[in-house]
Design a protein around this ligand. Structure first.
Ligand code: GFB
Length: 315
């Protein structure tokens, strides 16, 4: 239905984990990647600056992968940053793209914006059918507004805009910060410390009972490009179709890392949403499937992380 050959493509947020993977994947489409200015040059929260930059660079296609993102504690501790920054970034880019007549726009949401207790697996039509998970409600409201903005421009101006909702991601370029990152990079950092300090215990947040669907970021980028080229829906879940408990994830990671100590669950830390397995029928209907298994992806990521000098660990 669409292709990117020769098209000027802007991946907003190309320095983030998903943005970088999208740029790499788009190289295979012979797209002309527009140079994405760093935050110091273009603050996407400033509307006039975004309008000025987009008017001069005139991208044909835009992927909105720029966002304020973080793990469960980062979200719970910084709700104002998460909602304000994400509302500004998405509004500035999406409204300007519509004004300039950008031929295609893909907005990135996340599986955490579904209602906390929606039936599983999560279908796209379950959005907004129930209360949200408290720890990241601010982020989720911002992302839901972005999806509503995309759908409004489709309806009112027939814009070729769509939204994709990835599950939990991991892989190269992830953020490694003990307090603020997502579970996989955080566990890897603390595992490395436990091994180096020969600690008898390895602490995991929460009960270990929540289930998460983890997808390697390279599979995510491939699925997003596939969806943008082949799926007409306004909203597409991006996942592997399989989830795992945090406790089982820890068992795989400790085996990969060769850690033999005792696993301790710190229930003073939040579990968050009990489960958020995506229904990926729309993706599968267009014959897409993941290439990187969780075990394989974790081995690759652990290896890349362990090879980094400790002060600069980004897998
Ligand atoms: O990855 P995570 O922070 O995000 O947490 P969410 C996933 C699960 O791992 C939670 C547990 O149940 C955590 O309690 N966990 C165990 C840990 N140990 C750790 C640890 O050391 N660090 C972290 N971070 N978690 C996020 C949303 O929710 O999902 C974001 O808050 C985003 O907005 C992301 O959408 C995809 O999956 O719980």
């Amino acid at each position: 239905m669409h292709n990117f050959e020769g098209k000027k493509v802007w991946v907003a947020g190309s320095r983030g984990m998903v943005g970088a993977a999208l740029v790499q994947r788009l190289m295979q489409e012979s797209a002309r990647i527009v140079q994405d200015p760093p935050r110091q040059v273009l603050d996407l929260r400033r509307q006039a600056d975004v309008e000025g930059w987009m008017e001069s660079s005139r991208p044909d296609v835009v992927f909105v992968a720029a966002a304020r993102v973080g793990g469960i504690l980062d979200n719970a501790n910084h709700p104002a940053d998460f909602i304000a920054d994400n509302l500004q970034i998405e509004t500035n880019i999406i409204t300007t793209a519509a004004k300039l007549g950008v031929s295609q726009l893909v907005f990135l949401g996340s599986s955490c914006i579904y209602p906390k207790h929606a039936p599983q697996p999560l279908k796209e039509e379950y959005l907004l059918t129930g209360p949200l998970e408290e720890t990241n409600r601010a982020y989720a409201m911002a992302k839901l507004a972005g999806i509503e903005l995309v759908n409004a421009y489709r309806k009112q101006h027939d814009c070729n805009f769509m939204s994709v909702l990835p599950c939990n991601l991991y892989g190269p370029g992830d953020t490694y910060d003990i307090q603020n990152s997502h579970v996989i990079p955080a566990l890897m950092m603390r595992l490395k410390e436990a091994i180096e300090s020969k600690s008898a215990e390895f602490k995991v947040w929460g009960t270990g009972k929540p289930r998460r669907e983890f997808m390697h970021v390279n599979d995510c980028a491939d699925a997003i490009i596939h969806a943008a080229k082949n799926i007409a829906n306004e909203l597409v879940n991006i996942g592997t179709g399989e989830d795992i408990s945090i406790a089982d994830l820890v068992a795989i990671l400790t085996e990969i890392a060769g850690y033999k100590g005792q696993i301790v669950f710190d229930t003073s830390k939040p579990d968050g949403t009990p489960r958020k397995l995506l229904d990926i029928s729309r993706l599968q209907a267009s014959t897409w499937g993941p290439q990187i298994s969780l075990k394989q992806g974790l081995e690759l990521t652990w290896q890349a992380f362990s090879d980094q000098p400790s002060q600069r660990r980004r897998a």
